[in-house]
Structure formats: structure tokens, C-alpha cells
Design a protein around this ligand. Structure first.
Ligand code: FES
Ligand code: FES
Length: 172
């Protein structure tokens, strides 16, 4: 196990313990009490502790948007957010968009326009699109392109994603 010895060699110190913290997260209208390592990201808290796997882990470094959720209605890349910092904030994931089993208009528009292929980026795209429309920034094709640029789609479904967003804007 040479690599283990090598990993310990530079300092010779035992690894520092990271304290656990208690945090109450308000997700999709429900309170969840968690005791977690202070370093747990919001994305990992949602996926691994609450079983909400809609938000996806793509790059895990804030570059792809697959993990986008809403916090107080604003977009947050949850892979870069520490869960403990979001106590008391209103967190919405893609699982919380539907009402009484009816898909959110943005979800319906994505389905209508076939705005995905593999679907991995789709929850993040939808959350971002919902916030974009609420922000009143989806005023033109260029604006949509610009303000959705933080959400990468490796399948290249961009034209259909923009069409879905335009549709929702047109529906008012
Ligand atoms: Fe968070 Fe890519 S997984 S931005
Ligand atoms: Fe596959 Fe966007 S649909 S990455």
C-alpha cells in the first residue's frame, strides 16, 4: 500500500475531523432536518440525503448547470453551494415543479418540443428556464441564448430548448 504511505508522508498528521452540523432544509415545501458533514454540498444533500435525484451531477465544478435548483426563486448551481448555508431558504428542485400531478408549463413545453435527447441536462435546463422566464429576461432568441448559456447540453438540443422557452413566454 505504498500510495497510502506516500499520501501520509508530507505532514505526518492525522486527518482533521470535520464537525457535523444540524441543518433544516425547506425543499419543495417540506422541511427536512439533517445532520451532515459541514462540507456536504446542497447537491449531495438533495441527492444522497433526501433522495431527490432530479438535479444531476455533471461537472461538479459549476461549469455545466446540470445541478441547477432554485433558491428563493433564483438559480443556484447546487454543486458549488454548501447545504449548511441554505437553512431556512426556499429550495425548489425539478421534483417540486408539478402541481397536483400536472407538469409545470415549462416541463410540458420541453416534452412538446422534444427538447432533450439523453435527458441528463434536462432538469437543470428546465429549472434555469423557469427562473429565466420569471426574471423577465426571455425577451428574444439572443437573450434566451445568453441567459441559458450556463446550462450545457452535450446532446446539442439547444434549438428545441429555446423553442420550448419561447413557447412558454408566448403562452404568458
Ligand atoms: Fe454543478 Fe456542473 S454539476 S455546474
Ligand atoms: Fe443529453 Fe442535454 S439532452 S446532455
Amino acid at each position: 500500500m505504498k500510495h497510502v504511505e506516500a499520501a501520509r508522508a508530507p505532514t505526518g498528521r492525522a486527518p482533521r475531523e470535520v464537525p457535523e452540523v444540524e441543518v433544516t432544509l425547506l425543499v419543495n415545501g417540506s422541511e427536512h432536518h439533517l445532520q451532515i458533514d459541514a462540507r456536504v454540498t446542497l447537491l449531495d444533500a438533495l441527492r444522497d440525503h433526501l433522495g431527490l435525484t432530479g438535479a444531476k451531477k455533471g461537472c461538479d465544478q459549476g461549469a455545466c448547470g446540470a445541478c441547477t435548483v432554485l433558491v428563493d426563486g433564483k438559480r443556484v448551481v447546487s454543486c458549488l453551494a454548501l447545504a449548511a448555508q441554505y437553512e431556512g431558504r426556499e429550495i425548489t428542485t425539478v421534483e417540486g415543479l408539478s402541481t397536483n400531478g400536472e407538469p409545470h408549463p415549462m416541463q410540458a413545453a420541453f416534452a412538446r418540443h422534444d427538447a432533450f435527447q439523453c435527458g441528463y441536462c434536462t432538469p437543470g435546463q428546465i429549472m434555469s428556464a423557469v427562473a429565466l422566464v420569471a426574471e423577465g429576461r426571455a425577451n428574444s432568441e439572443e437573450d434566451i441564448r445568453e441567459f441559458m448559456s450556463g446550462n450545457i447540453c452535450r446532446c446539442g438540443a439547444y434549438p428545441n430548448i429555446r423553442a420550448a422557452i419561447r413557447d412558454v413566454v408566448a403562452e404568458g
